[in-house]
Design a binder for this molecule. Structure first.
Ligand SMILES: *[C@@H]1O[C@H](CO)[C@@H](O)[C@H](O)[C@H]1NC(C)=O
Ligand SMILES: *[C@@H]1O[C@H](CO)[C@@H](O)[C@H](O)[C@H]1NC(C)=O
Length: 327
C-alpha cells in the first residue's frame, strides 16, 4: 500500500455510502445462457432457489462474491459469470450481491461489513443446505474483500452449523485491515474449508502479503507489477492502479474456459522456481481445475495479455526464448 491508497481507503465521503443493510444482500442466480437472464433472491428467501427453472441440484454450484465497491455490473463479475455460462453450463452459478454493504469507506465500513455479511449469509446457506443443497458440490469463490466474506461465511458454517465447505477459492484476498490476522479483522485461512486455493497477483499491495490457503499460487511472483500492467498508475482504485489485483480473476476466468492454461510448479520462492531444473515434478493446474490435494506454494509465469495462460510453458520460464519442453 502506498500512502495515497491508504488515505483513499480510509476517509469516508470520498466514496458514496449506500444503504448499509443486511436486507439489501441478495443472491443472483443466472438461470439462462446470458448475463441478462437471472433471478434475484433476497437473502431470507434463498430456499426459493430450488423452484427456479434452470437450477439443477444434481450439478455443482459456484457462489461468487465480489469485492470492494463492486456491483453485478462490474467487469470482474461479468467476466467470471460469463465464463461459467459459456464454458460450464453444467455448473449453477450464483452471485452473492452485497454491493451496498461493500460501499462507503473501506476501513470504516466495507471491511467491517465482511463479517456481518458472512455471518448473515451463513445462516441462510445453512437453511439451503438443510433443505437440500449439496454441500459436497459447493464451491465459494471470492475476490479481494469478497475473499474475506467467503472466509467469515465458511468459518461460521463450520463452527456454528457443523458444515464444512469443500472448496473455497480466494482471488487476491484484500490486504488492508486483514493482515496481520485479528488486529482489525480476521482473514481467510486454510482452516475455513477443506481446501482453500489462493491466487496472489498484487501481494503486499491490494492483496494479501503472505500465504493464506492450503495451496497458494504466485503467478509471475504474485506481486505488482504483473506483466502487461502499467508501471506508473498513481490514482488509487483506477483501472490502471488495480490492474495487477484484477489479474487474479482474469486468470481464474480464463482457467474456467481452458482448465490447463496455467500449469504451476511447487517451490519455496519465485527465485527457487526459476532455478529449478525439473519444474514439472509436483506440477498442478492453477484455477478452476486445481487438484484439491495441492499444498503449499506454486509458481508460474503468464503472458502479458489475454490469453494469459502459457500451458506447460508457464513453468519453463528460465529460458525466455525456449518454447518449453514437452512432458
Ligand atoms: C442500495 O442503496 C441505494 C442507495 O442508497 C438504494 O437506492 C437501494 O435501494 C439499496 N438497495 C439495493 C438492493 O440496491
Ligand atoms: C458434524 O457433522 C459430521 C459430518 O456430517 C457428523 O459426523 C458429526 O456428528 C456432526 N457433529 C455434531 C456435533 O453435530
Amino acid at each position: 500500500m502506498d500512502l495515497a491508497q491508504v488515505i483513499f481507503l480510509t476517509f469516508p465521503g470520498i466514496l458514496p455510502d449506500r444503504t448499509n443493510r443486511i436486507e439489501d444482500i441478495y443472491l443472483r442466480f443466472y438461470n439462462g445462457n446470458t448475463l441478462n437472464e437471472y433471478v434475484d433472491l433476497p437473502l431470507h428467501q434463498v430456499t426459493r432457489l430450488f423452484e427456479i427453472k434452470g437450477f439443477d441440484n444434481g450439478n455443482p454450484t459456484v457462489i461468487y462474491i465480489h469485492g470492494f465497491i463492486e456491483t453485478a455490473q462490474q467487469e470482474s463479475v461479468q467476466v467470471m459469470v460469463n465464463s461459467y455460462l459459456e464454458a460450464r453450463p453444467d455448473i449453477n452459478v450464483i452471485l452473492l450481491d452485497w454491493s451496498n454493504m461493500s460501499h462507503g469507506s473501506y476501513l470504516l465500513n466495507a471491511a467491517r461489513n465482511t463479517k456481518k455479511v458472512g455471518v448473515a449469509v451463513a445462516a441462510q446457506l445453512n437453511r439451503l443446505i438443510e433443505t437440500g443443497l449439496v454441500l459436497e458440490k459447493l464451491q465459494i469463490i471470492g475476490h479481494s474483500l469478497g475473499s474475506h466474506v467467503a472466509g467469515y461465511l465458511s468459518r461460521e458454517l463450520k463452527n456454528k452449523y457443523n458444515k464444512t465447505v469443500k472448496r473455497l477459492t480466494a482471488l487476491d484476498p484484500a490486504f488492508p485491515a486483514f493482515y496481520p490476522d485479528g488486529v482489525v479483522m480476521e482473514h481467510v485461512t486454510d482452516k475455513d474449508a477443506e481446501f482453500v486455493d489462493v491466487i496472489h497477483t498484487d501481494a503486499g499491495g491490494y492483496g494479501a502479503p503472505v500465504r493464506t490457503g492450503t495451496a497458494d499460487f504466485w503467478p509471475n511472483g504474485g506481486k505488482s507489477v504483473q506483466p502487461g500492467c502499467p508501471r506508473f498508475a498513481p490514482i488509487p482504485l483506477s483501472d490502471d492502479n488495480l490492474c495487477s489485483h484484477w489479474r487474479s480473476w482474469q486468470f481464474y476466468a480464463e482457467s474456467i474456459r481452458n482448465p490447463e492454461a496455467f500449469a504451476a510448479s511447487p517451490a519455496d520462492s519465485y527465485h527457487k522456481f526459476r532455478e529449478n531444473p525439473s519444474p514439472e515434478v509436483g506440477m498442478v493446474y492453477m484455477g478452476a481445475n486445481c487438484d484439491t490435494s495441492a499444498q503449499g506454494s506454486y509458481y508460474l509465469t503468464t503472458n502479458a495479455e489475454s490469453p494469459f495462460g502459457k500451458g506447460i510453458d508457464g513453468i519453463y520460464s528460465k529460458n525466455k526464448n525456449s518454447k518449453g519442453k514437452k512432458l
